[in-house]
Design a protein around this ligand. Structure first.
Ligand code: FES
Ligand code: FES
Length: 207
């Protein structure tokens, strides 16, 4: 039977090309090139298809330009390309918060955030929290209140806490628990972590 010609969308990408282009592995790699440089329809409008793109970030106050693959996450870039290993790769699937960094001041799971989407944004990692030799009050409070045991989850907690206290300088215990609910501590050190956040809030308020 004769094959029907594929219908083209207004942007020139056929449904058949699109489905082929969304394939994964060797097949996906083989058929993706026809879509590169074009746009594909999404719920938020048409978006360009990249395999690699040069992005500009401001990381801990420093401007950085680098080429990233379309499937690289912000965590890949921070840890593997910029040697900033403070954000931890733990679950690598958006469940533990060990990779939390601030993007334009808001906490995100870097393991779930494509680096390409961070183009033009400001990233703050735990390495950028202290001002030179002077620790951030949140860091001081975690040390003073034993807010860590093995410390593997601590960078994520510090970043979430620093952003949270900017918004809510005098939180209740329930608000602290709610704000930190996206960060997990495998050592189960929650009581001391909550105490550290409360102490950090008081330090920041000068109370
Ligand atoms: S490593 Fe990103 S959420 Fe667990
Ligand atoms: S201190 Fe060990 S995982 Fe939290």
């Amino acid at each position: 039977m004769e094959k029907k010609p594929a219908k083209k969308s207004p942007g020139g990408v056929s449904r058949r090309d699109f489905i082929k282009g969304m394939g994964t592995g060797a097949l996906g790699t083989a058929v993706l090139p026809p879509l590169l440089g074009q746009t594909i329809p999404t719920k938020k409008g048409r978006v360009p298809v990249y395999d690699k793109k040069t992005i500009a970030l401001t990381v801990n106050g420093q401007k950085v330009g680098l080429a990233v693959e379309a499937n690289e996450t912000l965590l890949d870039v921070l840890r593997d390309k910029l040697d900033l290993t403070g954000a931890k790769r733990v679950c690598d699937r958006g469940e533990c918060g060990g990779c939390t960094v601030l993007l334009d001041g808001a906490p995100v799971y870097a393991c779930m955030y494509l680096a390409i989407r961070a183009d033009g944004k400001a990233v703050k990692t735990v390495e950028g929290l202290a001002a030179g030799d002077k620790l951030h009050p949140v860091q001081e409070a975690f040390i003073e209140k034993d807010g860590y045991q093995c410390g593997f989850c601590t960078p994520g907690f510090l970043m979430t806490t620093s952003a949270f206290l900017e918004k809510n300088p005098a939180p209740s215990l329930d608000e602290i628990k709610q704000a930190l609910s996206g960060n997990l501590c495998r050592c189960g050190n929650y009581a001391k972590i909550y105490g550290a956040v409360d102490a950090a809030a008081k330090k920041l308020r000068g109370a």
